[in-house]
Design a protein around this ligand. Sequence first.
Ligand code: ADP
Length: 191
Amino acid sequence: MSIYLVLMGAPGAGKGTQAKKLEDELGLPHISTGELFRYNLKNETELGKLAQTYINKGNLVPDNITVAMVRERLTQDDCKNGAILDGFPRNPAQADALEQLLSEFNGEISVVPYIHVDQDYLVERLLKRAEIEGRADDNEETIRARMLVFEEQTQPLLDYYEERGLLVRVDGDQSIDDVAQELFKVVRVKL
Ligand code: ADP
């Protein structure tokens, strides 16, 4: 059976950085919906054009578009043993859609690591990242919108996965390597 990890955390909590470390550690591909969207924006694909206005405002791209993109990615050959999902699901409807997808692939979610960082640090971190990476959606207004989306739409998923015994918490306010070590430890227990 394939193994799927769902990495959760607010914008700026370090999901992308840690997902790459997990990818090396577990040998499973890292799938970031944010990265997939940015690739499509950059290459001006049809999908990119559909998603652009939502992303630039810090809103979620509609579920049908996002789910279709994830489905397509998960059917690729490198995902046959599973994947590390980063940025998906982001609301209850996407969580249901993922469940369905995984049952089609004869897989299930093994663990949901939640990288927790205090809200106050997050905006600061994101503004710093904006200077370094120049991401179009890293301006203060969009950052606040993404935080709100996280609180309103994504946070309920933490309870949902907790109730199912899948959620493990990791303190994200440590050095990158220390977060990674803690993450590997809690993930291993569940695999
Ligand atoms: P963040 O650093 O805010 O977590 P991401 O790189 O994960 O950002 O995502 C950037 C943007 O891409 C989001 O603000 C949203 O517009 C879009 N996006 C990413 N994942 C999803 C998703 N699962 N559903 C809908 N929109 C998404």
